[in-house]
Design a protein around this ligand. Structure first.
Ligand code: FES
Length: 160
């Protein structure tokens, strides 16, 4: 499952850990496995387990602990909009609903038919005073307007 490039990177990652402690590399290995498509298949999880000489169950347990690892099909761009109370008071819920509509998704969100965008609501991302705010693949976007969000989406579509 690893590409040649990923295999090289995995080898570099493993060099940072003692040979009998390969399991310590589980987070960077999972990050590498997820990087290209933004989520982890069972095949990815088994490949990580095999590379680190641990069980797939162990890898699953790590994934279950970290919300940034995803086991469901996810778009290339993961748009996470905070709709927690402080942001809701600044219009984040309505902003989120409009974003879903413009991407052809029904709340509570989901993935666009072309697989490019996954949209979901999240709780506080520590930008409460700059709502509406979002993370797109962990990059922050703050004080968003519908027009700005349209521009960001258009830009990401161009990047493909
Ligand atoms: S409540 Fe939305 S960023 Fe804190």
């Amino acid at each position: 499952m690893w590409t040649q490039q990923e295999q090289q990177e995995l080898t570099q990652i493993l060099k940072k850990y003692p040979a009998d402690r390969k399991m310590s590399a589980v987070l960077p290995a999972l990050y590498l496995a997820q990087r290209e498509k933004n989520w982890l298949t069972d095949e990815d999880i088994e490949a990580v387990a095999e590379a680190l000489d641990i069980s797939p169950t162990h890898v699953h347990s790590v994934i279950g602990f970290y919300t940034l690892f995803r086991k469901e099909p996810t778009g290339k761009y993961l748009i996470q909009v905070c709709t927690d109370l402080p942001c809701a008071l600044r219009g984040a819920e309505a902003f989120y609903q409009r974003l879903c509509q413009r991407l052809g998704l029904s709340p509570p969100g989901g993935t666009t038919a072309d697989g490019l965008f996954t949209v979901e609501e999240v709780v506080c991302i520590a930008a409460c005073d700059k709502a509406p705010c979002a993370q797109i693949n962990l990059e922050y976007y703050e004080n968003l307007t519908d027009e700005q969000m349209d521009g960001v989406i258009e830009q990401l579509r161009k990047q493909g």
